[in-house]
Design a protein around this ligand. Sequence first.
Ligand code: UT7
Length: 342
Amino acid sequence: MYQSKIAGLGKYVPENVITNDDLSKIMDTNDAWIQERTGIKERRHIKKGDGNTTASMGAKAAKIALERANISKDDIDLIVFATLSPDYYFPGCGVQIQEMLEIHTCPALDIRNQCSGFIYGLSVADQFIKTGMYKNVLLIGSENHSGGLDFTTRGRSVSVIFGDGAGAAVLTRSDHNGQGVLSTHLHSEGKHALELSLKGPSTNHWVPEIIAENKAAGDESQLEDIPYYPYMNGQFVFKNAVVRFSEVIMEGLKANGMDVSDVDMLIPHQANLRISQFIQQKFKLRDDQVYNNIQKYGNTTAASIPIALTEAWEDGKVKEGDTIVLAAFGSGFTWASAVIEW
Ligand code: UT7
């Protein structure tokens, strides 16, 4: 049985910075509320005409990860792309990035597990490398949220949280036994699927139907529930998140005969700074053992962990021999953890 390791990391975020004050000019919100409830100060949004899409941001992050891994695109055996905001309904972003990076005809797989998407993808990559079927896997998490959020006061509890960006990792077969991905643990609970969801357009709520509904309403701003904007039962999601984050982190540590004292760095999915702080306190971790950057980027869903991991690595906060724990929770519900010996 082989072992996989992360050989290179990259990130890309659009240049366009949107502060809380910028949002307060277009909806009834304010910097104090957003910072107090979420810790977010600003986020990045794609600007019309800047050429960024979910796939193209992913390609930019992937290029950096490939360079740093010193692995040629010709040696990639599999592309795994995680997003909830693909450029097209179909095909997925995996094949688009294949074309953008001129990667040969390897398989391209799309992952639809929202905030847990990157760890789900990491687990898929790890399994293929472990069995020896593939040696090098390009894994991307990327999101264009800003194109699909409700920036009126009606949508404020969701739209202030999310931001755009992409992160990527190149996984390769590890030469050193014990170094690399030690375990991944994945979970989901479909009974809460609609608590954080975007219901349309879909085959259940098809475009002509939506157009007809809007026409009937006359003025869209009068509609309370618009299926093509994300819905989130915020407090319910929050309560489940803190429980599942804790469980899945402990599950990962226990599987490796470790406990919290073995963790050098926890990189949680950047859902809400208050969730990260809750976990930090619960596990009695120091500030330098938990990496957060939601303050700058908001919640970038499948991109948040690879962006945070890339930044932590760039800052020298992820070093050889360190035990790194990744953990995520989000829509589905889905949740997951990965324990990595760097
Ligand atoms: O990544 C996927 C996983 N996602 C998460 O983990 C998110 C989990 N949930 C959360 O982070 C929080 O629930 C939110 C940050 C989304 C919301 O915070 P909350 O403390 O649960 O606020 P709330 O929705 O209960 O709203 C409290 C009040 C309401 O006003 P009233 O009814 O008390 O008068 C809202 O209308 O705050 C109001 N409000 C806002 N006010 C200013 C909601 N959004 C805003 C806003 N600005 N942006």
